[in-house]
Write a protein that binds this ligand. Structure first.
Ligand code: ZN
Length: 327
């Protein structure tokens, strides 16, 4: 019997600094069940690994899939990973260094584990199932806690000479100063346009006494602010949130224009929780900003579009990378 027939299912996990998303996929890569848990990185790697295992067990139980029918688990991790050994080298949001992740999670679940970078997983999903399906040259921008980038040239993901390429969140978009970025520099795109940066600015303005619907939407607990709350306030016409989102769109547009001018892609494809929640409002503004900075006739041929996978790109891609090749 073929291996793929005996074990038709795979599991995809998107491990973020805030939440763990796990989903079970069938033999045609259809998403069956999605489970979510908070990450709680402050409890340490062991506790996070237990939470991931619980999340997978719950997703398998709800979808009535036995562990023995799962061919593999793919995990997208926000950091540098050694895909060969399954070790997470560095993951700043989790405060991890050299965690033998595949081995530790595999021992808990008794299913083979593949570890990849989260943005690489998301880009793979866009390439195979999303808006990049029919394209050979495109750039992905995932707007979440940070801003991740995937560059696909000639149908292949480009990672640079040392595998560090695609860090579009750290393109400088403010020349003199600007907010400090997680990377230590100032004025990076991520420091002004990521969901993290947007939330930080909302909180600062709230502390300064600015009126905003966010205050009530998060029950006066800023730790509860998520993309959904930002989107709700925006759609209700909240002046502060609109101002901050519009500024973020300006900067994302500048970033997209820089990528378009340098790489001449067929499309810039946007994804992540904020785009899932507010894409139809943000995309026109992002395009308008980008076209102001794109050279000559290039804009005629480039699309700036939604990835079409919502916030699921990470789990879809991670699960794909865990699927054994069909013989
Ligand atoms: Zn940076």
């Amino acid at each position: 019997m073929k291996r793929s027939a005996a074990k038709p299912f795979v599991v995809g996990i998107d491990l973020g600094g805030t939440k763990i998303l796990a989903a079970v996929f069938d033999h045609r890569h259809r998403l069956l069940v999605r489970e979510k848990k908070s990450t709680k990185p402050e409890l340490g790697a062991d506790a996070v690994l237990n939470r991931i295992a619980e999340c997978v067990n719950e997703a398998l139980a709800v979808s009535a899939v036995a562990h023995s029918s799962v061919a593999g688990i793919g995990v997208g991790v926000p950091g540098m990973v050694d895909t060969r050994t399954g070790t997470v080298r560095v993951a700043p949001n989790l405060q991890w260094q050299n965690v033998p992740f595949a081995k530790l999670l595999g021992a808990r679940l008794r299913i083979p584990v593949t570890v990849v970078n989260d943005v690489q997983a998301g880009t793979t999903a866009v390439q195979q199932f999303g808006a990049g399906r029919t394209l050979r040259d495109f750039v992905c921008m995932f707007i979440g806690t940070g801003i991740g980038g995937g560059i696909v040239l000639g149908g292949q993901q480009y990672r640079g000479s040392a595998g560090m390429g695609g860090e579009i969140g750290h393109m400088a978009v403010i020349a003199d100063g600007g907010p400090k970025c997680g990377c230590g520099n100032r004025g990076c795109l991520e420091a002004v346009a990521s969901r993290g940066a947007i939330v930080r600015r909302v909180i600062e303005e709230m502390k300064d006494g600015r009126k905003t619907l966010v205050r009530d939407l998060c029950d006066r607990d800023p730790r509860r602010i998520r993309s959904r709350i930002i989107a709700e306030a925006y759609l209700e016409g909240d002046k502060l949130v609109r101002e901050i989102i519009n500024d973020a769109c300006e900067y994302v547009g500048i970033g997209a224009a820089n990528l378009i001018n340098v790489l001449n892609p067929q499309a810039v494809i946007l994804g992540g929780g904020l785009i899932e929640a507010l894409g139809d409002k943000m995309l026109p503004r992002i395009r308008k900003s980008a076209w102001r900075h794109v050279i000559g006739a290039t804009s005629e041929r480039v699309n700036i579009i939604d990835c079409g996978l919502g916030d699921d790109a990470g789990i879809i891609g991670a699960a794909l990378l865990a699927r054994p090749p069909v013989k």
